[in-house]
Design a protein around this ligand. Structure first.
Ligand code: WQD
Length: 339
């Protein structure tokens, strides 16, 4: 069978690396394009230990159109999965231009080359932040997009609009924007996982680093929300389930050429911050050192996914639980901290 080359930009990153594993298992030939500014080369070996196959990787800045074009001339890409982007909400507020330049130029560079080389399938890494602070707490793909809460969220809204306009201009490429809810966990083998650079912004890595004694104490941001335990609710999805959704998206595009769809990728279940803390304590047997602190600005009180479209269109639903995700994240943390 002819190699189905899939360009995976940011493929050495957290979600990218887990997706490369699933692509290899599904018989595709991923080509990782990453400049390792936010990732680590030993992820490549981790993928090889899981799959028995050493993925092809090219060290390249995805915003550099000329450099990226060399890959399009070298490989006849059957698809593109575009992950390469910055994703820290707080950092984007502090440095919006870095986010607009990197997140939009990398997408535009991929789209220009996808059009030039007629790549049939394009999957985009979008985010539930495109919903802003929605009126309903359980959102589906028709929920009106409110104003983004951060420059990061704005880049995801703009990126979806850019893709929609390229599609509307008569592109022969099929596009799917996957709107991730909160990715958590690590591969059950503990060969790959999340490697936040510096102090983590996100909840679960902060919990596991605190549990490992790497960080002193977790601050729970706010306990006066209108929820059962007063803390914010999110839809936490295991990164392996999320990775599998990308393969399902490719499968759908192969059968439905030239379409454009945005699809939520979540579990449909909301979990509070304290539920995550309690799950960690139960799974690890460790009493976590935490305290309540003030609300974090920009936080949405409650958001979780309506999952009908991912089930009906992609024939995909999450299979792993929040317990699985916390267990896998904790095993990964213990491995990288040698605890
Ligand atoms: C979850 C809850 C925090 C840290 C962001 C992006 C989103 C996606 C996932 C990329 C909130 C609370 C956190 C801490 C805490 N990324 N928290 N103490 O903000 O829902 O989503 O990451 O796609 O696009 O916006 O995730 O994990 O930062 O926060 O209490 O030390 O945990 O206040 O209520 P968030 P998060």
């Amino acid at each position: 069978m002819k190699d189905k080359y899939i360009l995976v930009t940011g493929g050495a990153g957290y979600i990218g690396s887990h997706t490369v594993v699933e692509l290899l298992k599904a018989g595709y030939t991923p080509v990782i394009a990453d400049d390792f500014r936010n990732s680590n080369k030993n992820v490549i070996d981790g993928i090889a230990r899981i799959t028995g196959k050493l993925p092809v990787y090219e060290e390249v800045d995805v915003t550099d159109n000329a450099a990226l074009k060399v890959l399009f001339e070298r490989y006849d890409f059957y698809g593109i999965i575009h992950f390469a982007a910055y994703k820290a909400v707080g950092e984007s507020v502090a440095d919006p231009l870095m986010y607009y330049r990197n997140n939009l130029l990398s997408l535009i560079s991929c789209l220009e080359l996808s059009e030039e080389f007629n790549v049939p399938n394009f999957v985009f890494s979008s985010s539930c932040t495109v919903y802003g602070a929605p009126d309903e707490v359980s959102v589906d793909e028709n929920t009106p997009l409110k104003e983004a809460n951060s420059p990061y969220g704005a880049t995801k809204q703009m990126s979806e609009r850019i893709i929609e306009d390229v599609h509307g201009s008569g592109s022969k490429t099929g596009f799917i924007a996957l709107r991730y809810f909160n990715p958590v966990g690590a591969h059950p083998s503990s060969e790959i996982g999340e490697l936040p650079i510096g102090k983590p912004n996100n909840l679960l890595p902060y919990v596991t680093q605190t549990g490992a004694g790497y960080l002193e104490q977790l601050t729970v941001n706010g306990n006066d929300y209108n929820t059962a335990d007063g803390t914010c609710i999110r839809d936490y999805i295991h990164v392996v389930d999320l990775a599998k959704a990308h393969v399902k998206a490719l499968n759908w595009l192969e059968k439905n050429p030239g379409r454009f769809e945005a699809v939520n990728v979540g579990t449909g279940i909301g979990s509070s911050v304290l539920e995550i803390v309690n799950t960690f304590e139960r799974v690890s047997g460790i009493k976590l050192n935490w305290k309540f602190g003030p609300r974090r600005s920009g936080d949405v009180e409650k958001i979780y996914a309506k999952i009908g479209k991912s089930r009906d269109l992609l024939n995909w639903t999450a299979e792993l639980s929040i317990e699985d995700a916390v267990r896998d994240a904790w095993n990964w943390e213990k491995k990288i901290r040698n605890v």
